[in-house]
Structures are given as C-alpha cells and as structure tokens.
Design a protein around this ligand. Structure first.
Ligand code: NAD
Length: 350
C-alpha cells in the first residue's frame, strides 16, 4: 500500500520570493516567522521578512536542536498573544522541528523553507526532547502544508555541514529500502536519492558553489525525506536517536558516522536491498561504499571524534536494544555493542 503525501512543494532557484504568495494561499494574515538566529542565515531571513512585509505578526529566532519542549512552550505564548494564523520557518531540521511542535499543538498551517538536507519538512514525524529524553510522534497535523525549496539558500551551507546533512538524507533512503513497509514507489524514490547523493556529494565537496550539484542534492533530500515520512526506519535511525537524545551527540554528524556500520550490521539480513544500494552507488559493496564516499568528502568517521566516551558505549547498546522494533536483522546487545565500538574507533566496516 502506498499513501501519497498531501504537501505542496515548490522547487527551484529564487523560489523563496514566492513565499508571500504561498503564505496567502494558506490564508495567512498573521505570520509567525521562525528561524534559529544563525548569522549564516541572517540575510536570507531578513529578505524573507521584507517579502512577507505586513503579514509578519511576530518573530522567534531561537529554534534549538532536538526541539526542546520548554522552547516550544515559550513560543506558544507568542502564538496566542499575537493571534498567529500561519507558521513560516526558514532553516534546517531544528527550525522545522519547532514549527512542527507548534503546529501539532495548534493545528496552524506551516510553510517551510529548508536550508539543509535533513528532509524533515516532508515528514509527519516530530522528535522532541524533555529533560534530555527524546520522544518521537507522528500525526497528519505535523506534516507541513507547503515547502519552498530554494537551492540558492543552500549555497552558503558549509562543506562539512553539507556532507553530514547529505549523509543524513542518504540514511533515510537506505533504511527505506529494507523497511518492512517499503513499496515500489518508495523504492524508486530511495534508489534515485542514493544515486543522486553519490553523484552530488563529491561535486558539492569539490565546489560548494556548484548550483547544479546543490540542486541535485536538495532534490535527493526531498525524495529521501518523503521516504522517511512514508515508511518505518530501522536500527540506524534508532541508534542515532539514542546517541543524539541521551548522549547529546550532534544529529547529522552522528548519522554520518553510524550509517556504514548500521548497514554492515544489517547487510547479511538484507542482501537484496544492499545489492540495489551498491548498484545505485556504483560500487561492489554497499556499507564499505558508503564509508568510502564519506571518507572521500571529508566527513566524520568516528564517534570518539564527536565526543562520545568509551564508557558510554555499553549503555548506548543497552538503550538501543531495550525495546524491540522492526529491523532486518535481529538486534542483540552484544552485536550492537560491537557495531558501536567499530563506529567509535572509526573502523572501515569489514
Ligand atoms: P540544524 O537545523 O540544527 O542546522 C545545523 C546548523 O546549520 C545550524 O547552526 C544552522 O543555523 C546552520 N544552517 C542551516 N542551514 C544553513 C545554511 N543554508 N547555511 C549556513 N548555515 C546553515 O540541523 P539539521 O541537521 O538540518 O536538523 C537536525 C534536526 O532535525 C534534529 O533535531 C533532527 O532530529 C531533526 N530532524 C527531524 C526529522 C523528522 O522527520 N522529524 C528528519 C531529519 C532531521
């Protein structure tokens, strides 16, 4: 069974100029403009504010990673005090997360202008953190109504962040291919995303101003995000969720380190998916192919370098195997502990 998403998506260069028109299409009169206050996005945010003009009723520029509920609750007061009728968010997955957290509590329409490759803007999934514990929920009210992808907004994303965010997208596509919910539509989107990321990541690494490569990567992120929203994810996402939520490791970097190892763990139980991924990557073996791609573009390869301590590895393995969830290969605490040790040391998967 495949259920198509009901998001409206604009994709191109210069599309951010159409945000006002799109907000009006959603019936907006009193917009709350959301961002994370990053200096790198200040100019784009200012231009967007000017374009929105008198539609802007309020602004909040403090979106934070892993969507802390205390931030959401503070912004909810602003939403109520200012009679906000539409949310417009510009930024990466963290800013999108805040918009979704507000939407699920208010049912306000959302218009997202993504500036990374996280893909959250096309999923009905929200991860939130309370007291250092990250929980995830899914609901139709969480899925943004409109997404405006503008490749020009991604040109300033630094190479390292582009690499890790691109691998975050790759992880959605990889796990979609061995998901028990996979169908021919998600398979086609996921394989196209894998092939496009394998082409575009080295090109963006070599020339971050290459608009065509940036567009290919952004489009792949869109496809991969749709896969993430359509089918359940497995071991890789669960592990990254634990490492980010409980151990405070950075989201996209953690995905980048863990992906080849989670793939190597699952490979014996998902040979067909791995073969298709390898073909899309243009390599013989999918897990080492992904590791080599990350190495080629200078991405992080070890959890130790991300600040994880060796002493936390066993606890992480325990947490990640505490509750059963669908995954091609049976999850054992010893197996996951070995996987994490390899990822911590930065070994190339065998
Ligand atoms: P992010 O939004 O935290 O952004 C990372 C950094 O990059 C920030 O400092 C930001 O200001 C900066 N940045 C963003 N775009 C930029 C640009 N174009 N130029 C320069 N700097 C820029 O990181 P992310 O990886 O996009 O998102 C991570 C968050 O998204 C996590 O909380 C994760 O759980 C969530 N996420 C959710 C889903 C979902 O479906 N629910 C999917 C993917 C990620």
């Amino acid at each position: 069974m495949h259920t198509a998403s009901r998001s409206r998506v604009l994709f191109g260069a210069g599309t951010v100029r159409r945000v006002r028109e799109e907000a009006e299409r959603l019936g907006a009169f009193r917009v709350l403009l959301l961002s994370d206050g990053s200096p790198a996005l200040r100019k784009d945010t200012e231009r967007l504010r000017e374009d929105l003009g008198d539609l802007v009723a309020a602004e909040f520029d403090g979106a934070a990673m892993h969507t802390p509920v205390e931030v959401t609750e503070r912004v909810l007061e602003l939403v109520r005090d200012q009679g906000v009728d539409c949310l417009v968010a510009i930024g990466g997955g963290s800013t999108t997360g805040l918009s979704k957290a507000l939407a699920v509590r208010t049912d306000l329409p959302q218009l997202i202008v993504p500036t990374t490759y996280a893909g959250s803007e096309v999923t009905p999934v929200l991860g939130e953190t309370v007291d250092g514990r990250k929980t995830t929920r899914s609901s139709p009210a969480i899925l943004p109504e409109t997404v405006v992808y503008d490749v020009e907004l991604t040109l300033g994303l630094p190479v390292t962040a582009s690499v890790t965010s691109g691998v975050n997208a790759l992880a959605h596509a990889v796990e979609a291919l061995y998901s028990p919910d996979a169908d021919p539509v998600t398979d086609a989107m996921a394989l196209e995303a894998v092939a496009a990321i394998a082409r575009a990541l080295p090109a963006v690494h070599d020339d971050p101003s290459d608009v065509e490569a940036r567009a290919e990567l952004l489009q792949a992120a869109w496809l991969a995000g749709v896969c993430l929203g359509a089918v359940g994810m497995g071991l890789h996402h669960k592990l990254c969720h634990t490492l980010g939520g409980t151990f405070g490791l950075p989201h996209a970097e953690t995905h980048t380190v863990v992906l080849p190892h989670a793939m190597a763990y699952n490979a014996p139980a998902a040979p067909e998916a791995m073969e298709r991924i390898a073909r899309a990557l243009g390599v013989d073996d999918a897990p080492t192919g992904v590791f080599d791609l990350i190495h080629r573009v200078g991405g992080p390869t070890s959890l130790r370098d991300l600040g994880m301590t060796e002493a936390d590895l066993d606890h992480a393995a325990e947490l990640a195997t505490a509750q059963p969830y669908p995954n091609p290969r049976e999850l054992t605490r010893a197996g996951i502990a070995d996987l994490l040790r390899d990822a911590w040391q930065g070994n190339r998967p065998a």
